[in-house]
Ligand binder design. Structure first.
Ligand SMILES: Cc1cc2nc3c(=O)[nH]c(=O)nc-3n(C[C@H](O)[C@H](O)[C@H](O)COP(=O)(O)OP(=O)(O)OC[C@H]3O[C@@H](n4cnc5c(N)ncnc54)[C@H](O)[C@@H]3O)c2cc1C
Length: 378
């Protein structure tokens, strides 16, 4: 295990951070109507494209580097700058992009991948369905063959980037296996439902999808794949994104509390002088750094021993996403009334942290799977 980053990688992380901080100075990535969210995303994607960030994890030959470990660290930097922007970028690049890249060897959809890498297109992954968790039940989105093409029908309840996406990777059933249907916005039969607002990630555009007999050409059908390994792969990628998201939330919560404790005075001295405040900061830093190590180990395993990476990633996800909520809570406590007032970074992290625990493989299902793996092994 070697979690050291090369100088080239470190320079890359700081270049991405600097470029994105510069963009964030003039834009509020944490709120806005759909036009604002679309403009924000377009500007951020253009900046990220010039650094090569959007090529990471997509098997691109000219990516700045390969490997899940440096990808995890790069994602952590972006999440620390803006949670909403981070999820929008990652659902498009690392989720939608990796799904499209599944058929890269066949040369399919190379144009979509190059537009993604250039920051010129936005993707979304439509997997979950209303009242149905893919961990428990088979998908109800169905495709039937029609010559070389297929016709797809189904309903997807929550799709991140839905209202701003150019392309949708719709996951459904074909020939009793799971397949992905790439559907372009505006395709006949594709309807977006109203934007959904959530308790966190206010700068994210989320909607549902109604798909009524959409025609998808053979080139834009990926698979069909065996359901279990395909869904496991998708969930692994999503869990990696959610782990990185949690690291960024912890980074923001910790730094905000530390700086506040040094500056804010109460009783004639900076509050960092109170031992109990120092204890909170030390607990936050300990959790953040432990979570970071766990995340890096799971990322390293994903390349080094993929068979074991699945369970380790679940463990890391449970730990990192639960730690993010605890660290954000302690940050609020240190900042007291100023933390509780709306608009601060810790308040946002607190509201966003919960999402990591319910999405991907939820904390409950992850614990069941970790337990099953432990029983199987010992
Ligand atoms: C902001 C947001 C954005 C989203 N974006 C997307 C997106 O881009 N694409 C997409 O496809 N989906 C997206 N989703 C959907 C999201 O992935 C699902 O909400 C998530 O998978 C949870 O499904 P559910 O709400 O149906 O939970 P349910 O399955 O109804 O679970 C409810 C509770 O029961 C527990 N539970 C369920 N089954 C078990 C079990 N077998 N063992 C133990 N406990 C269990 C769960 O852990 C949870 O606590 C998004 C959701 C939100 C909130």
């Amino acid at each position: 295990m070697n979690f050291d980053f090369t100088d080239e990688e470190k320079n890359f992380f700081s270049e991405v951070t600097k470029a994105m901080e510069a963009v964030a100075e003039n834009r509020d990535f944490e709120s806005g109507d759909l036009d604002t969210v679309r403009d924000n995303l377009a500007e951020a994607l253009a900046a990220l494209a010039s650094s090569g960030y959007l090529k990471l994890g997509l098997n691109a030959e000219d990516a700045p580097f390969s490997g899940t470990l440096p990808l995890m660290a790069a994602m952590e930097q972006l999440s620390g700058i803006s949670p909403s922007l981070f999820l929008a970028v990652e659902m498009s690049t690392r989720m939608f992009g990796r799904v499209v890249a599944l058929d890269q060897e066949a040369g399919k959809n190379a144009d979509i991948l190059s537009a993604l890498a250039a920051g010129k297109t936005v993707g979304a992954v439509a997997l979950s369905e209303e009242s149905l968790n893919v961990e428990n039940d088979p998908l109800t989105t169905m495709a039937t063959r029609e010559g070389d093409a297929v016709r797809v029908s189904g309903t997807k309840s929550l799709v991140t980037n839905g209202p701003v996406a150019d392309w949708f990777a719709v996951v459904g059933m074909l020939d009793e296996k799971v397949a992905v249907f790439l559907i372009e916005k505006g395709a006949p039969g594709l309807k977006l439902t109203d934007r959904q607002l959530t308790m966190g990630y206010d700068g994210l555009a989320i909607s549902g999808l109604e798909i009524d007999g959409c025609k998808v050409l053979a080139d834009q059908v990926l698979g069909p794949f065996d359901a279990a390994p395909f869904l496991e792969q998708l969930k692994l990628w999503e869990n990696q994104v959610l782990i990185a998201s949690s690291l960024g939330l912890m980074q923001a919560s910790y730094i905000t509390a530390r700086d506040y404790a040094k500056e804010h005075r109460s009783g004639g001295k900076p509050i960092i002088a109170y031992q109990e405040v120092g204890f909170k900061l030390s607990e936050m830093l300990t959790l953040y750094q432990t979570a970071q190590l766990y995340a890096y180990r799971a990322a390293w395993m994903a390349d080094d021993s993929p068979k074991e990476a699945g369970v380790l990633t679940l463990c890391a996800k449970v730990f990192c996403t639960e730690s993010a909520e605890i660290v954000a809570g302690k940050s609020l406590q240190v900042q007291s009334k100023d933390g509780y007032l709306a608009g601060g970074k810790a308040e946002r992290s607190y509201r966003c942290a919960k999402y990591g625990q319910i999405a991907g493989v939820s904390t409950e299902i992850a614990r069941v799977k970790i337990g099953d793996a432990a029983l199987g092994r010992f």
